[in-house]
Write a protein that binds this ligand. Sequence first.
Ligand code: BTN
Length: 252
Amino acid sequence: KDSLKTNYIGKEIHYFREVDSTNEVAKKLARNGAPEGTVVIAESQRRGKGRRGKKWISPLGGAWLSIILRPNTLPINAPQLTFIAGVAAAQTIKNEYGLDAGIKWPNDVLIDDKKVCGVLTEISTEIDTIDYIVTGIGIDANIDVNLLPSELQDTTTSLKSELNQDISRMILVQKFLGNFEAMYDEFNKGNFHEILKKWRQLSKTIGRQVEIRKGTEFVRGEAIGVNSKGALILELDDGTLRKIISGECRHI
Ligand code: BTN
């Protein structure tokens, strides 16, 4: 904790050996008035949550954490925080470990097309203001990929399997929180475009053929960019453009 160089993110850390989900613990703390920047970390999660109701396998060795935020912005801007978390994670993995980490829209962090980190943002609104936001980040740090369920093994990697050694999760989390805070400050100054600039540099989606699934609907096209809100712009085969605000993205 001594070398955590943030002003408010992670000044209060709640550490657990095992929880159901750090997002659930953080939401409860937030409802009870925990300050902005409060971080919940667990060594393992019994019921880690992924996006779209999927479960997130969270064994020992991973970095499973959630951050409580209370930004003074409209609820529609909340997805932007997910971008911040993805960029902060990709940046940290790239800069600290020299790995070729990039981002699949909107915010999965990949190394060679294999997922190493995911972000789940949950928001609680009061009429038209944000009460609190919990941004949960899961990084497969010191995980043996071959111990994961077999259906995940081809699509998942970990820092340990990329580097062939264990890393310090303490340093990983410190660096991540530092990068996160710097970008969250930018966001609060109204400089989301600066974050998008970094996102575009780290993007592995732009320029690729992708398939977006939204419920039962599928759209295929070339990802040609993201707009100022972070929505993905697809060019379909017939040349028309489609703006995708949310959905599951697959590189094809
Ligand atoms: C995804 O890519 O589907 C998002 C995964 C988010 C996982 C993290 S781990 C810490 C936090 N607690 C949870 O239950 N989920 C998030």
